[in-house]
Design a binder for this molecule. Sequence first.
Ligand code: PLP
Length: 372
Amino acid sequence: MIKADAYGHSAAVIADALTNWSHDHLEAPVVDALAVVTIDEAMAIPRPPVPVIILRPLESASIVRQRDAIRLAIDRGYALSVATPQGAGDLARIAAASAVRADVQVMVDTGCHREGTSVEALPKVLAAIESYPALRLTGLSTHFVCSDEPANPFTAEQLRRFQTATSAYGRAHCGVIRHAANSAALFFFPSTHLDMVRPGISLYGIDPTGRPCCDRPLRPVLKWVAPLLMIRPIQKGESVGYNQTWIADRDTRIGLVPVGYADGYLRAFSNRARMIVRGKPAPVVGRVSMDYTTVDLGGIPEAQVGDTATVLDCDPLSPASVYALADLAGTIPYELFSRIGSRIPRVAVDPADSQENASWSIPASASKAKSA
Ligand SMILES: *Cc1c(COP(=O)(O)O)cnc(C)c1O
């Protein structure tokens, strides 16, 4: 799942890593397919050597506006999703007009009640697809709503509904791949694996429970850093930032970091979050503004202009980890990642060069106890 610019990680970088790098003597790409939500997302990544699935169903309301984009996606061999017989018909006409066959996927709604086709409407949609020679069904899927709750029986119920709705069709059409599991189902419900799985957040090293957990060997792959642009002394009693929300209680030094809420560093982090400078936590003081954040360097006298401030740490136990920041803002890692702004360049780093900062790691036995 590389939707939403690979959860903010850069779809181009991630698609490249998943399909072009060698992994442990494996000759083939580590993934069998890539999935995005929109046609624009699919067209923005360099053409990968594996199938691309576009998940958002084509709807008549947008088909006129998207006609050219749809044609280009079909030409690239990307699989498009439909949810209604009308959507299938529209897609078939566009494919037929360019004399090509379009791959089609259908998501079955088993309880999410979002974009999928209802179990009742599914036979009509499948019949419509079969009636058009310009369409070829390549996948049937469903999406779980609470697979991150291992004790919740609704995941098994959704799987049962999906199996009932699709197993006869799947048997009769062997080219049709059935897929259901997101990251949480991948770990907690092995019976949901079917023909293919669709991990998203875990691909980026984040535990689907939203807490770091030693039971699963996941490690965040993204680290967001920025330079300390300026350092200025501040006297006791002086304020920092908009509306004077922070007043120095002692003489100190304030570091200026060129990252603000326009970059996805939330205003809710004002006076609450910490960045990491020289391996130590530097508290965010004053309001996070659109383009800047200020940190108190009072406890880090060795900090200098040009030092690296770690805005979002890849150590899962760091006070600047995505887990810690999501907690502070009352949200989840998915949202923080997908908000990282377009001003922030994403660069791939060789894993060999990033074997650093285990500074926050506590012994496995201790963190295991914590997560239990
Ligand atoms: C985003 C998404 C996923 C991946 O979910 P994660 O929880 O990130 O693993 C899987 N399937 C669909 C349909 C999605 O939209």
